[in-house]
Design a protein around this ligand. Structure first.
Ligand SMILES: Nc1nc2c(ncn2[C@@H]2O[C@H](COP(=O)(O)OP(=O)(O)OP(=O)(O)O)[C@@H](O)[C@H]2O)c(=O)[nH]1
Length: 184
């Protein structure tokens, strides 16, 4: 969820493929990717829906956040209006998303601090007020991308006891991967 061009696909590509394409195309509809990471002797498997930010695809969002364990809402730190849009998505998620969804806010393009429009403190205060994970990221320079996903994974209850619920922006599901997973 969120505006087009904030860097949702780039964040997913950085996380899944550890690559960055400055000429990446806008997402049409949505795309799906998976990645398994090992963290503290546990395997965390992410099933990620990368949704399109263009207005014409907005009505599709509920299809992706229903049934997700977590949602990452991305804004662009160089565009104030994307931070305002983000708050609308938070409201929508709270009203129509799964009750226990983990919400994360990513302020992307933090490599462009010279043209920053959203203060990190303001975004962090807002994220704290809604109990969301918050990080500033740079898909371009690989800043805080893995940390974002790991922190989300930490907050999702173990699937041993709690089956995944739903999300937005990216839809994430944790599912059991290998022998014993005390976390995912
Ligand atoms: N400087 C900088 N540019 C970035 C970063 N992340 C993405 N971009 C650029 O921003 C533009 C949009 O990136 P996308 O990943 O397609 O954005 P999106 O939010 O997925 O866009 P939609 O698919 O239309 O919703 C591209 O030109 C990217 O190269 C970043 O961290 N820093």
């Amino acid at each position: 969820m969120t505006d087009t061009g904030v860097g949702k696909s780039s964040i997913v590509w950085r996380f899944v493929e550890d690559s960055f394409d400055p000429n990446i195309n806008p997402t049409i509809g949505a795309s799906f990717m998976t990645k398994t990471v090992q963290y503290q002797n546990e395997l965390h498997k992410f099933l990620i829906w990368d949704t399109a930010g263009q207005e014409r695809f907005r009505a599709l969002a509920p299809m992706y956040y229903r049934g997700s364990a977590a949602a990452i809402i991305v804004y662009d730190i160089t565009k104030e209006e994307t931070f305002s849009t983000l708050k609308n998505w938070v409201k929508e998620l709270r009203q129509h998303g799964p009750p226990n969804i983990v919400v994360a806010i990513a302020g992307n393009k933090c490599d462009l601090i010279d043209v920053r429009e959203v203060m990190e403190r303001d975004a962090k205060d807002y994220a704290d007020s809604i109990h969301a994970v918050f990080v500033e990221t740079s898909a371009k320079n690989a800043i805080n991308i893995n940390e974002l996903f790991i922190e989300i994974s930490r907050r999702i209850p173990s699937t041993d006891a709690n089956p995944p619920s739903g999300g937005k922006g990216f839809k994430l599901r944790r599912q059991p991967s290998e022998p014993k997973r005390s976390c995912c």
